[in-house]
Design a protein. Structure first.
Length: 336
């Protein structure tokens, strides 16, 4: 009887896996995400010698939008925005953060948030001619990198607008909703969040299953995300080296950039997800309250931590709106 039950369980698992794969294959979003756009590649050296992979989409001299992705992602995360913005005549630059995608691991294993800020400075130097400005869009860690850059640089000289998407600038462990506990258990909550999630070095399964997809959906997405969108992020997550994932995660647990927000003096749009468990709406509201020139705060219903994937048109339109501020500025031939 036990052997029969075991065979039935295996057969059931096979059926579930096949249904799972069919749900991804039949998802209308799969076509847009199966072959993300590729740009012209540049190798950019950051201040500490780490080589970053940068890609330029559209070689014309239109307004430039620079996109910085989040933790465990790659520049392909911006697939929807790259297509949408280039179709609108904008020059899009996206880059892999250190240790992610095709960028090198950090020199000296330095994944401090200040280094991510210096990486952005290196990208600006490489792709913007003297006197030109860009719009910056950052998702999660990418937005934190923008804040870290702003803390030590003259923002308005290089940047005309910023979009801060699904992000926070401090208290990430205290306010995350993955391990909801009462106030008396905050110490345990912090230990579990850091060592069990942010700093976890355990390798991930090398292929997707209904169970792993369900876990990722719970952690990172809202209820409206499609199977192909979840699978698209899962592929990036699996590809991120465990050591990079853990080292960056520990750096995030120590993040404190609230004071940097006052230096983001350019028009800024803040976008949060109403169902975001990693950086809940409280983070977006606090950022909007502290910014000197907030255009608006948008908290998207039924949206998790992945607004650029879950609500791509909202994010694309926000970036386009900010780029409108560049129209009429002195045009210059792009460096790259």
């Amino acid at each position: 009887m036990s052997a029969i039950a075991g065979l039935a369980a295996v057969a059931g698992a096979v059926v579930l896996q096949r249904r799972f794969k069919r749900s991804i294959a039949s998802d209308p979003e799969r076509a847009a995400l199966s072959e993300p756009p590729r740009g012209r590649q540049l190798a950019v050296s950051s201040a500490d010698g780490t080589t970053l992979n940068v890609e330029v989409f559209s070689a014309d001299s239109g307004p430039t939008v620079i996109l910085a992705h989040g933790w465990t992602e790659s520049l392909q995360f911006w697939a929807y925005q790259i297509v949408g913005l280039t179709q609108r005549g904008l020059r899009v630059v996206a880059y892999d953060l250190r240790g992610h995608g095709q960028s090198e691991p950090a020199a000296g294993e330095d994944y401090s948030i200040d280094r991510f800020g210096e990486d952005l400075e290196a990208v600006l130097d490489a792709v913007l001619p003297a006197g030109a400005r860009a719009v910056l869009g950052g998702h999660s860690l990418g937005a934190m990198a923008i804040a870290a850059w702003a803390e030590h640089h003259e923002v308005a000289r290089r940047v005309a607008g910023v979009a801060m998407i699904n992000t926070g600038v401090g208290d990430l462990v205290a306010e995350q909703l993955l391990v909801p506990v009462s106030g008396v258990a905050q110490a345990l909550n912090r230990t579990v969040a850091i060592h069990g999630f942010l700093g976890n070095r355990a390798p991930l399964p090398r292929f997707s299953t209904p169970l792993t997809a369900a876990a990722i959906r719970y952690i990172a997405f809202g209820p409206a995300a499609t199977p192909a969108q979840v699978a698209f992020f899962e592929r990036m997550l699996i590809a991120c080296p465990p050591e990079v994932r853990a080292n960056v995660g520990i750096a995030l647990s120590e993040l404190e950039l609230h004071d940097a927000l006052k230096r983001l003096t350019v028009p800024t749009i803040v976008i949060g997800g109403g169902e975001d468990r990693l950086t809940p709406p409280s983070h977006s509201r606090r950022i909007a309250e502290m910014l000197p020139d907030v255009v608006r705060l948008t908290v998207l219903e039924d949206t998790g931590h992945m607004a650029p994937l879950e609500r791509p048109n909202v994010v694309t339109e926000a970036l386009e709106e900010l780029a409108a501020g560049l129209v009429g500025e002195t045009a210059a031939t792009p460096v790259a």
